[in-house]
Structures are given as structure tokens and as C-alpha cells.
Write a protein that binds this ligand. Structure first.
Ligand code: ASP
Ligand code: CP
Length: 335
């Protein structure tokens, strides 16, 4: 990453754009975001994900809940854990899961995203799992495809709803099922983070509080509207919190000049042992991954007993099982 050490200019505040309005929940074939999802639906998904986790842990054979369902994994932006865990979940539930290799596709010849996804619909895909750098891309597809359910696997700076669900499941364990009165501190690049948006939407719906903090250039323009509070320093944010989530700097969504050096960033905003000591004694340390060790999170903290990063990964498979079942059931009811 190329960064200047001099003070950054004052760029226009970052906004997720108008597409964040498309987190609709009227059609359960789709999962586009957690914003606006009711408490009852959220809790039901978490309950089901917890049951799926027991089944996954038991090592029982694959099931047939999604037998006859063709799932197309369309990741038009890089991913490791989201793509792989959707694939594991779909296969464990008996779906026919196929992965679209966007980098070697006719998107590179100028074919549009919608035309490409219409091909998959014509080939019989019933669920489309979409990651895209553009906020609102999954919602756009959900509006224009005929019958295919669309699951958002991360769209630009908007939302990452299955990440939100796995984070909620992880916190449900850490907080013994009680969200009311609990507080999560989210530290880092809030402005470009779809993970933060989904976590804030889900946690506020369930009665927990979120405090965000990070460099002023990395706080979104509408931060107050998200329903969280903003702390001036990382110490203020973490003092007495019930959990902390460190976020990676989304350099792929920046035009540059938003930050001083990475060393300065780690000093000012990095989650390290001294800062973790400010949390409540039983508080956990989270990170959606991938981690840039030594930048937003000290390596020793990532590997410590407070870290639940690998629990988040395991919970991702369970949460995606619950989401796939819900969307597939709605597709069948709509058929
Ligand atoms: N993997 C998460 C995302 O795709 C977080 C990150 O990449 O930093 O949003
Ligand atoms: N947390 C997350 O979405 O990771 P990937 O980008 O590796 O899928």
C-alpha cells in the first residue's frame, strides 16, 4: 500500500451511496442486508444457525434440505472464507453448488453483470450468491431476475449480511444469549466497511449498543444515522466494552490520501494488548478477516485466548446453512 506520511487532505466524507435503500425484506427468497430485518426473523435465523452448528460439529452425513437446488456462487470480488463457507454449507445441505470464475469470464469481454446472471438463471440456478464491489449490485439483480433468489455475499460499502449473522451468533455465545445492555466497539475503517454496517444494523435491532472509532477520514458521512455512537479515541471506545471488532483498512475502496503511514495507524488505532486490557474481563476480540497482522490487530492478540476469529469462521458455515434453507424454502413457495 502506498501512503504518504504527511497529514492527509480532507476528502469528502465517504457514503455507501443510494443503494443502501434496497435492503428489502418483503421477499424471503433474497437476503440483501440486515438493515430493516425484524428482531423475530433475526432471532429465528440465529436459533437455526445454532442448531445447524450442532449438526455440523457432530460430523453427521450430508443432508438433503437443498436437494434439487442449484446454487451459483458468483463472486465478482475476491473472497476466501465467505465463498468457501457458502460452498461447504450448500454441499452439506445437498445442493448442487457451482462456482463462477469471474476473473476468467466474459465479463472481461464487456458482458454486463445482469446478462451474465441471466445466463445462470437460464441454466437453472435457483439461488445466486453474489459478491460485488458495487453497493446495491445484489439488490439490482434481485429486482431484475425472474425467479432466482439472490443472497448478498458483500456488496461494496453497503452490507455483508451473512457476516453480520455470524458475528451475531459469535456474540450470542460470548454474551450468553443476552444482547440487551451489551456493547461492541468497532475500530478502524468504518466508512468503507460493509461488515460494520451489517453488525450495527443487527446489534441495534437486538438491543445492543455499538461504539465506532477510527481516523476521521475513515468515518462515514452518515455515521450518526447508523444508530451507533462515535468515540474520539480507541481507548474511549474500548474502555468497558463487552467485545471489540477490529477492521481491515479497505484499501481497494480508497482513492488514497485517507491515512498517514501504517505504522502511525497501528499506533493510533491498532487493537493491541494494552487496549484489550481496557475491555470487560470476559470480553472477546473479533475480526471478520482477512487480518493484516500488526496493522489493525496485533498478531499476539489475534492468537490470544480472547480472540474468537476462528469461531467466527466456523459460525459462518452454520449461519450460511440457515440462510440457504430460508431462501430456498421461499423460492419453493414462490414457484
Ligand atoms: N472480508 C470482509 C469483507 O469482504 C472484510 C474485509 O475484507 O476486510 O467485507
Ligand atoms: N470476512 C470475509 O468476508 O472474508 P472473505 O473476504 O475472505 O470472504
Amino acid at each position: 500500500m502506498t501512503m504518504s506520511v504527511s497529514a492527509p487532505p480532507a476528502p469528502a466524507p465517504v457514503s455507501a451511496g443510494p443503494f443502501h435503500r434496497y435492503s428489502v425484506h418483503s421477499d424471503a427468497r433474497h437476503l440483501l442486508g440486515l438493515e430493516g430485518m425484524t428482531r423475530d426473523v433475526l432471532l429465528a435465523l440465529l436459533e437455526d444457525a445454532a442448531l445447524e452448528r450442532e449438526w455440523l460439529r457432530s460430523g453427521a452425513p450430508n443432508r438433503a434440505d437443498l436437494a434439487g437446488c442449484s446454487v451459483m456462487l458468483a463472486f465478482v470480488e475476491d473472497s476466501t472464507r465467505t465463498r468457501m463457507s457458502f460452498e461447504v454449507a450448500a454441499r452439506r445441505l445437498g445442493a448442487n453448488a457451482l462456482t463462477f470464475n469471474a476473473g476468467a469470464s466474459s465479463l472481461n469481454k464487456g458482458e454486463t453483470l445482469l446478462d451474465t446472471m441471466r445466463l445462470f438463471e437460464a441454466m437453472g440456478a435457483q439461488l445466486l450468491i453474489v459478491r460485488h464491489s458495487m453497493s446495491g449490485a445484489p439488490a439490482y439483480l434481485a429486482q431484475h431476475l425472474r425467479a432466482t433468489g439472490v443472497i448478498n455475499a458483500g456488496d461494496g460499502m453497503h452490507e455483508h449480511p451473512t457476516q453480520g449473522l455470524l458475528d451475531l451468533l459469535t456474540l450470542r455465545d460470548a454474551w450468553h444469549g443476552e444482547f440487551e445492555g451489551r456493547r461492541l466497539a468497532i475500530v478502524g475503517d468504518i466508512a468503507h466497511s460493509r461488515v460494520a454496517r451489517s453488525a450495527i444494523a443487527g446489534l441495534t435491532t437486538l438491543g445492543a449498543h455499538v461504539t465506532v472509532c477510527g481516523p476521521g477520514t475513515l468515518l462515514p458521512a452518515d455515521v450518526e444515522l447508523l444508530g451507533c455512537t462515535v468515540a474520539p479515541t480507541v481507548e474511549d471506545a474500548m474502555e468497558g466494552a463487552d467485545a471489540v471488532m477490529a477492521l481491515r483498512i479497505q484499501k481497494e475502496r480508497m482513492e488514497g490520501g485517507l491515512l498517514p503511514s501504517l505504522v502511525e495507524y497501528a499506533r493510533e488505532w491498532g487493537v493491541n494488548h494494552e487496549r484489550v486490557a481496557l475491555l470487560k474481563p470476559d470480553a472477546v476480540v473479533m475480526h471478520p478477516g482477512p487480518v493484516n497482522r500488526g496493522v489493525e490487530l496485533q498478531a499476539a492478540v489475534a492468537d490470544s485466548g480472547r480472540s474468537v476469529i476462528l469461531d467466527q469462521v466456523a459460525n459462518g458455515v452454520a449461519a450460511r446453512c440457515a440462510v440457504l434453507k430460508r431462501c430456498w424454502q421461499a423460492c419453493r413457495e414462490a414457484a
